[in-house]
Design a protein around this ligand. Structure first.
Ligand code: G3P
Length: 222
């Protein structure tokens, strides 16, 4: 399963990219609004740091504006995936950009039918928002299961399932068990995935025991 980071924060992107964990980045206008500075500089920088796909979202809501913005966004790099909303104009833009070889991520997907339609329009990625479904008392992970089953029934659909709106590490485990293609993670979730209390306790004990070895062998170096 590919791991994308769901942020426009350069510090976080560099941190996890240096660990070799990132296959790509997803951004959206809300994530952009959280960062200081000109979003255009951030977009340029992110597409340089990350070799994999970087989703940059349009803000137009009608077809021609989406196409214009999508083409401008694509100038940041060959790894740019244009993110469009799951609307009739969004799907029209998806079809048009995809047929020109520009990959598209259809976002704000909340039902299996929306995912099917996005795939039919030629989307490279479909982004179901699981956390926001959980928030309103629906099981977001059921949506991933349904989309997976549908896409498996029609192998000619090449669209990848990109699990978005991830809130905690168990979402990641569940998505991986279902066989989702990608999860996009807020930096805080990836931080939590790195940790386990027994790892910390184990390391503290190793270091404490090594102090005993050093007490008897003062010049020892590993
Ligand atoms: O990429 C967008 C998506 O991940 C949003 O997440 O937490 O705002 O529902 P959230």
């Amino acid at each position: 399963m590919k791991i994308f980071l769901d942020t426009a924060n350069l510090e976080s992107i560099k941190k996890f990219n240096d660990m070799g964990l990132l296959d790509g980045i997803t951004t959206n206008p809300s994530l952009m609004s959280k960062e200081k500075g000109n979003p255009k500089d951030a977009m340029e920088e992110i597409t340089k740091i990350i070799k994999g796909d970087v989703s940059l979202e349009v803000v137009s809501t009608e077809f021609s504006g989406m196409i214009e913005e999508g083409k401008r966004l694509r100038q940041y790099g060959e790894n740019v995936v244009v993110k469009v909303p799951m609307t009739p104009d969004g799907l029209k833009a998806c079809k048009s950009l995809s047929s020109e070889g520009i990959p598209v991520n259809v976002t704000l997907v909340f039902s299996p039918n929306q995912a099917l339609l996005a795939a039919k329009s030629g989307a490279k990625y479909v982004s179901p928002f699981i956390g926001r479904l959980d928030d309103i008392g629906q099981d977001g992970m059921n949506l991933i299961q349904d989309i997976k089953e549908i896409f498996q029934n029609y192998p000619h659909l090449k669209t990848e399932i990109l699990v978005a709106s991830v809130r905690h590490p168990m979402h990641v485990v569940e998505a991986a068990k279902i066989g989702a293609d990608v999860v996009t993670l807020p930096p805080g979730v990836l931080d939590k995935m790195l940790e386990h209390p027994l790892t910390k306790i184990g390391l503290d004990n190793f270091l404490k025991d090594w102090e005993k070895v050093k007490a008897e062998n003062p010049d020892i170096k590993i």
